[in-house]
Design a protein around this ligand. Structure first.
Ligand SMILES: *Cc1c(COP(=O)(O)O)cnc(C)c1O
Length: 479
């Protein structure tokens, strides 16, 4: 009798523990902030760097670019921000009002993924897929549209790869009553028709790039009528149109200092959320890098804390093996676009006429890396790795089947790197705190998932011949 009671109790206890673990998993995994906790300022990391990054150069004189040299493309306030070394820049009320549609964004503790991986690591992810366009891009599209509208500009042109940036700018232009024209890389224009419809729903005009509208596009089409396009080429087309009309400006969704500045709302919120979750230290921060904006947006406020001696996280960028600008590129002055219209920027680059293989993470198919990120990498304040796409999709399935969210193909690179780290923790028994940027959802990328699920996705390598040819296009700039 006594024995039976004991057994019952033991059984009961186990059942309770199971219940508790289910419940523990269900609650406290989301760290929300109130609207009043929305950051009022963007953080400019330039103010805290041990050395300033090398300046952009005028492509003709090779002298440091002056503010006037950018006036044809950008409004004065964005040029000021691009060159500023003020530590903080206030976010205008009009921009905050729009941010409030989706910000603050949630931080999640990935408890189900942790259990799936049987890791003692504590994994957090900051989710930017809750914005109207489904990624972090509206964080900069909204202020860019605002400053242009405020200075009387009527139309913005831009490029888009996977369609994320084009959608974000189309959304922002619709809010501030600007016309918006988008050159979408041909390969994704054909692969992802719904992104185009999304941009058109917000009122934008969308052209495949290369297009017959610009001289650059016509030249490319004459050489290769089936050219799949590239981000560098689409930038040339959008810039060509913008410089011809004084009421038209151009907007860039990554790479530039002011873009990374606007994205720091991600890291600022994340610091508050981690404190709220009782985490005082972070061991490692992980983000995917195309041009470096979602990664910089998360990492820069943490770097500020690191410079102040308050924490010491490893900061790890993850890029696709097929487009490895940090891990295989050179650190040199190069153009931001294929035709060579843009200023020369000192950056990690694969060469401005490098056309990356058509991997599914369209947003990571860019030949260069943000000058700020390149500079930090060169100063060894961060590290980088490259991962092939099959491992990324594998990680995405583990993530979707434990955490529920279907990630965009770009952040699957961050997920794969996070899983690698969590598995190392399982081996070593270390309970590291890992924070990852989940910069967008994959609802418009289901064709890629379909291919992966049916076994059709290949790893595309960065080939040495292709690399050597593109590297030869990097201009020689004496320093
Ligand atoms: C554009 C985009 C990227 C790449 O750009 P970064 O500037 O490196 O952030 C990555 N992920 C998503 C979801 C994007 O839309």
């Amino acid at each position: 009798m006594h024995h039976r009671v004991l057994q019952f109790r033991l059984y009961d206890f186990a059942a309770k523990r199971r219940l508790l673990s289910v419940r523990r998993c269900g609650s406290n995994t989301k760290v929300s902030l109130d609207e009043k906790d929305l950051p009022a300022k963007w953080y400019n990391i330039t103010a805290d760097l041990p050395q300033p990054p090398p300046p952009p150069l005028d492509p003709r004189s090779l002298e440091p670019l002056k503010a006037e040299g950018m006036g044809a493309l950008f409004p004065q306030e964005l040029i000021r921000q691009e060159m500023s070394s003020d530590r903080y820049i206030g976010i205008p009320d009009e921009v905050l009002e729009v941010y409030k549609l989706w910000r603050p964004t949630p931080l999640f503790r990935a408890k189900r993924l942790e259990r799936l991986l049987e890791t003692p690591a504590r994994i957090y992810y900051k989710y930017e897929g809750v914005s109207p366009a489904g990624s972090h891009k509206p964080n900069t599209a909204v202020p860019q549209a605002f400053y242009n509208a405020k200075e009387g500009i009527k139309r913005l042109t831009t490029e888009t790869g996977a369609g994320q940036w084009g959608s974000a700018l189309a959304f922002a232009c619709s809010i501030f009553n600007l016309d918006c024209e988008v050159w979408q890389v041909r390969a994704s224009y054909d692969q992802k028709p719904h992104r185009k419809t999304m941009m058109e729903t917000w009122g934008a005009k969308v052209y495949p790039s290369p297009s017959a509208i610009t001289a650059t596009g016509r030249k490319m089409l004459a050489e290769d009528p089936n050219c799949p396009g590239s981000l560098g080429l689409a930038i040339s087309e959008a810039v060509e149109v913008a410089v011809q009309d004084s009421s038209t400006h151009y907007a860039l969704g990554s790479v530039l200092n002011h873009v990374l500045l606007h994205q720091t709302v991600i890291g600022e919120e994340c610091l508050l959320q981690l404190a709220k979750a009782g985490e005082t230290d972070v061991d490692i921060l992980i983000g995917c890098t195309g041009g470096g904006s979602n990664f910089g947006g998360l990492a820069f406020p943490f770097l500020r804390e690191k410079f102040a001696g308050k924490m010491n996280p490893v900061i790890r960028a993850v890029e696709p093996a097929a487009c490895p600008s940090l891990t295989r590129g050179v650190y040199a002055y190069d153009y931001g676009d294929t035709a060579g219209f843009t200023p020369l920027m000192k950056m990690h680059t694969l060469g401005h006429d490098f056309i990356p293989d058509p991997i599914h993470a369209g947003g990571l198919r860019y030949h260069g890396m943000a000058p700020l990120i390149s500079h930090l990498y060169n100063l060894k304040l961060m590290e980088a790795i490259a991962i092939p796409q099959k491992e990324c999709f594998q990680g995405a399935l583990q993530f979707a089947r434990s955490e529920g969210i279907i990630p965009a193909p770009e952040p699957t690179h961050a997920i794969a790197a996070t899983i690698r780290e969590a598995e190392r923790c399982r081996e070593s028994g270390e309970a590291k705190v890992i924070v990852m940027a989940l910069c967008g959802h994959g609802h418009f990328d289901l064709a890629s998932y379909e291919k992966f699920l049916s076994g059709e996705i290949e790893d595309l390598d960065y080939s040495d011949e292709k690399a050597a040819a593109a590297m030869a296009s990097i201009p020689v700039v004496k320093q």
